[in-house]
Design a protein around this ligand. Sequence first.
Ligand code: FDA
Length: 503
Amino acid sequence: AGRERRTSDVVVIGAGPAGLMAARTAKAQGLSVTVLEARRRVGGRTWNGLVEGTDGKDHFIEIGGQWISPDQTRLISLVEELGLPTFSRFRDGRNVYVDPRGERHVYDGLDFPVAEKTDREMDRLIAKIDELTAEIDAAAPWEHPRAAELDKISFRHWLEQQSDDPEAIDNVSIYIASGMLTKPSHTFSLLQALLMSASAGSFRNLVDEDFILDKRVEGGMQSVSLAMAAELGDDVVLGQPVRTLRWAEPDPSTADEKNGVAADVRNGVAHDGAAGDVVALTDDYEVHARYAVLAVPPNLYSRISFEPPMPREQQIAHQHISMGLVIKVHAVYETPFWREEGLSGTCFGGGRLVQEIYDNTNRGENPAGGAPGEEDPHGTLVGFVSDVYAEQMWALPEEERKAAILGAMAEYLGPRTLEPIAFFLSDMAAEEWTRGAYATSYDLGGLSRWGHLQNRPTGPIHYACSDIAAEGYQHVDGAIRMGEAAALAIAEREATDAGQPTG
Ligand code: FDA
């Protein structure tokens, strides 16, 4: 049987927050849309889950992205508009820090209880990073006059040039390396690190967990995508990976006949290509449109066959963008026992197997039966195992892995941590349509060489994803902003085209 044919003004590839926001915005601009999603669900890297406990009950977890910070204003206003209630992360009580010698310290406030010298070093490093961050335009870090220079030194190497205090270096690098890009700090550049902090306003914001991990959506962050998809109805088609995207007719007058390559494409002329006949092919559908929004993470662009091929600079650039790797650990307990000891559940230990832990107890209505506005009596902890440690953990048999991770969490919160009633590890790296977590970043030197291409439309193809965002880079807020911006750019092109005489 042939493919079912659909026609719309815009075809959106990917029904994560970016793609759904693009579709919603395009529709509001009077354009018809079809959203093609590879998975059998919407939401992409946001995903509400249930894990069965030893008590025989299901417990609610957020497998993917969940927290909202106060600067993420576009997401905040969308959440309000969709009528989704939010709540604050539990943070009452004292925090726990485990130092490089494995010694446990209980402390108040934001500053780690480190030696005075290390404290001063951390302050000095943070001030230095923020000085540089202030010079960076998150929308175009490659335009910084010293972009190439800042992009040719790894974040780790740069920190080691600034300080000889390894504890200070570990504690500062955690906020960008294991905490955000989820890659070792020697694998990405200082410029990439500065983009990360500029996208959140400042490095100090990243250090402030009460800022960066402020609120959650009752019933989970995937609800944002579920609500948008419900509005879009039949415009969203699930279980249909786009395999091929036809986006331009090679111009026969410029075709390089000997080699069978359209010279205009090779030379990048197609960048200025008009809206045209875009055809997105899945196993069951062919969608004809005037524009495409490619709303998938950049590491997956090459899963699609582009006809004609993408301009060569894009083909090269896309190979220098890769996903980080992190395991989000979910441990559910009979009660939030740490609160009995006056602890917040917030824990840090730079360089340790589990480097961060937070109280992630649910509130509100959710698929496990929570009631609106009410806190779940069970206590949930989330912890994070990043990059090299994640690899080590996945190499272990399941029971050893669980024991190692819970053991590392017990270093902070004591032996009761070892006895969860439910346990789950988020494994986005094993998901075909994500292949890592949380998001993508460039390799050393890549951002200054190719960053300027990431948001430039290729003919009728516009790009939208959190991973190419300025504000909200790597976050749901960035996805929403990019989806909206792509749809508005298309609407503007449509209006311009309509105003022009044809023929
Ligand atoms: P996203 O990846 O979400 O969606 C892309 C969609 O495209 C997917 O649905 C995919 O299936 C689909 N797709 C891919 N290829 C396709 C093809 N060929 N054809 C059709 N469809 C295709 N953010 C935050 O703000 N706060 C947080 O606390 C966290 N924490 C966090 C934890 C974990 C474990 C993860 C993995 C991620 C986060 N994030 C986060 C990041 C956040 O989840 C992420 O930035 C957004 O989901 C990105 O949304 P996008 O729509 O850009 O991509």
